[in-house]
Design a protein around this ligand. Structure first.
Ligand code: SF4
Ligand code: SF4
Length: 128
């Protein structure tokens, strides 16, 4: 599961993430992080046999968790299938389909945001 974690200022100095990894059987991947002493957010991918318990632990510790199905949202009304974003994606999460439409594979996407800067139509954005 991928999710945004929102950290309030009183949480940023706590060892919540290391406690999670130490105490639960979870695989934890930080895809994106923007955290300062004033708080911030982190995009994570979490899996493993105790992922659910780990998520409850994060919430109990005061981290607001927002699960997301899509890391990026592509507005199909704006997208002209120009393909400019395709070759820039570092993990080949964007592809051109047989019908020449451009699709994003959310399982592969790591939320780097490169596609959002490259789109001439501003049709693709990080979902938050
Ligand atoms: S956000 Fe990054 S990884 Fe995800 S589709 Fe765009 S370029 Fe690829
Ligand atoms: S760069 Fe923008 S308009 Fe072009 S295929 Fe990607 S999302 Fe669509």
């Amino acid at each position: 599961m991928k999710a945004w974690l929102n950290f309030s200022p009183n949480i940023v100095n706590k060892t919540v993430i290391s406690d999670l990894i130490k105490n639960y059987d979870v695989s934890f991947n930080i895809l994106k992080a923007d955290i300062t002493p004033k708080g911030g957010k982190m995009l994570i991918e979490i899996s493993g046999s105790e992922a659910e318990e780990g998520i409850k632990f994060l919430e109990k510790e005061g981290i607001n968790l927002n699960p997301i199905k899509r890391v990026v949202k592509k507005d199909d009304d704006k997208c002209i299938d120009c393909g400019a974003c395709v070759s820039l994606c570092p993990v080949t999460a964007i592809s051109i389909e047989d019908d020449w439409s451009v699709e994003v594979d959310d399982k592969l996407c790591i939320g780097c945001g490169v596609c959002t800067y490259s789109c001439p139509m501003k049709a693709i954005n990080i979902a938050e």
